[in-house]
Design a protein around this ligand. Structure first.
Ligand code: PHE
Ligand code: NA
Length: 507
């Protein structure tokens, strides 16, 4: 067998994993989740989910990935099959392989179909900041006009995909690793510069508004709001932990499969979590919300929602000294963050073609390009963004948790807890304390059942399974019109088709 590509350097591996995890989730999703879930109330379940869910699942995925890589596999289907065989007959083990493979393929392709769009918006906004295009305009209208401008949307998204194709086509050590070695340090530099700028912002509008007030909103524990909305806030916080750490997507497994069989996973997994959390709560937390607090005031800042990064902040840059530069820096930061995550889902799909059907990487890269382009086109053409929201509802918060639950069932339970513990510590630089064992075997899966059950109940209650008015207005935030309904139905048909293709492929 041909030698499998491996990470060339330790620092390259760590930066690639950090790049994988640190994404739009940190700088765009985290602030608006915080804002719509009570700031200091959100942080409490967030840290609980980090310790009891995030860290254990991260270790599980690193361990599973390295195990698969040993057998020449970088995708979930074969990994789950190989591990489940420890306690099941090959035929039964195969069922787990198919379910896991199907979910991971669907997450990687559907997530990419809309996430790459948002990265494209960042490219456009970097350009518009430099040229000052939105300065002095109504920034909400500017955004709506932009997403309705199909040509511009497709151009910036296509450009982003082209760069992604080039990076992935060059392979793991010669492509991905080199790109992240440039982009990740730049990302940190930009983020630190922006944070310094943000925290020294007084308010030009009202003296009592300031960035520091924004930090207070985030960091002052608010038990009262939490207890009044306990389930909603806890579910949102745990969901954010999953999304931001790239868990339940197959892409941590995939990157870990390019390790040597004796390379450390325990400390490296923890390093990935730490780098991501630093970028999220320290850097991400000190940007969008504090900036919005200073310039838009607490009320507007908290109401910003999904549009905070693209609709509210441009308003700020337009009124800030050197706003063109800081605006461009912010959107370029978003672009780097998104790009280094997108490389991972792209590579997952290429690895699938490479390993399962033996298509050469160079060819596979451009086949995936065409596939993702076709899959993303309906997203690009829908200026209401309802199609995007529907995909995000199911893929971005539901499928992840489902796949994460299978992670534990397969890698811990079917592979057997003792084997798992031994595998986790093979070549490890640290010893995971014994008291973490029950967290990984029992508490984390229960936590995930709670999350999955809670989300399912919530979806049923709001009528997600039949597309009720409550679902469309409360969950997705749209007016219930025939046009929106048909977009939602279309998104669902695509989800089902992709699931079926995924099942066939895994089989
Ligand atoms: N962890 C990523 C983030 O925070 C999630 C992601 C990874 C999304 C890869 C898409 C592709 O943004
Ligand atoms: Na992240």
């Amino acid at each position: 067998m041909e030698q499998r590509d491996q990470w060339a350097t330790k620092i390259g591996l760590i930066l690639a994993m950090a790049g994988n995890a640190i994404g739009l989730g940190n700088f765009w999703r985290f602030p608006y989740q915080l804002a719509s879930n009570g700031g200091g109330a959100f942080m409490i379940p967030y840290f609980i989910a980090l310790v009891f869910l995030g860290i254990p699942v991260m270790w599980i995925e690193w361990t599973t990935g390295r195990y698969g890589g040993k057998y020449g596999h970088g995708t979930i289907g074969p990994m789950f099959y190989l591990m489940a065989r420890e306690s099941l007959k090959p035929r039964t083990a195969m069922i787990f392989g198919i379910i896991g493979g199907m979910l991971a393929f669907s997450v990687a392709s559907l997530l990419s179909s809309y996430y790459y769009q948002v990265i494209g918006w960042s490219a456009a906004y970097t350009y518009y900041s430099l040229t000052g295009a939105y300065f002095g305009k109504d920034t909400v209208q500017f955004f709506l006009d932009y997403v309705a401008n199909t040509k511009a949307v497709i151009f910036f998204w296509g450009l982003t995909m082209l760069f992604l194709g080039i990076a992935v086509g060059q392979g793991v050590s010669k492509g991905i690793e080199r790109w992240v070695k440039v982009m990740m340090p730049l990302l940190y530099v930009f983020a630190v510069l922006l944070v310094l700028r943000a925290l020294t912002l007084g308010s030009p509008v009202k003296p009592e508004w300031s960035a520091i007030k924004g930090l207070e909103y985030i960091w002052k524990p608010d038990f009262q709001t939490l207890s009044q909305n306990f389930f909603r806030i806890s579910l949102a916080a745990a969901g954010q932990i999953f999304f931001t750490l790239s868990l339940g997507m197959g892409i941590i497994h995939n990157y870990a499969s390019y390790l040597g069989p004796e390379d450390d996973v325990a400390l490296s997994g923890l390093a990935t979590v730490s780098l991501n959390e630093f970028a999220e709560v320290i850097l991400g937390g000190s940007l969008a919300i504090p900036i919005a607090f200073a310039y838009l005031g607490p009320e507007q800042a908290v109401k910003g929602g999904v549009g905070l990064a693209y609709m509210a902040l441009p308003n700020v840059f337009a009124n800030m000294p050197a706003g063109q530069i800081f605006g461009a820096m912010w959107f370029l930061l978003l672009w780097f963050a998104g790009f280094t995550s997108a490389i991972a889902t792209y590579n997952y799909l290429v690895a699938m073609l490479e390993e399962d059907i033996h298509i050469e990487r160079k060819v596979g890269t451009w086949l995936v390009f065409i596939f993702l382009f076709l899959l993303g086109l309906p997203v690009a053409l829908d200026s209401t963004l309802a199609y995007l929201s529907e995909l995000d509802m199911w893929v971005g918060s539901y499928f992840l948790v489902l796949l994460g639950l299978f992670d534990i069932i397969v890698a811990v339970w079917l592979f057997k807890p003792d084997n798992f513990w031994e595998e986790l510590h093979k070549g490890a630089y640290i010893k995971v304390p014994e008291w973490y064992r029950p967290i990984m075997t029992i508490i984390a899966p229960l936590f995930m059942l709670f999350l999955l059950g809670g989300n399912t109940l919530d979806y049923i209650k709001k009528g997600a399974f039949s597309v009720s008015e409550a679902y469309v207005t409360q969950v997705l935030g749209y007016d219930y019109t025939p046009e929106i309904i048909s977009l939602i139905i279309r998104a669902r048909i695509v989800i089902i088709i992709i699931l079926v293709i995924g099942a066939i492929e895994a089989y």
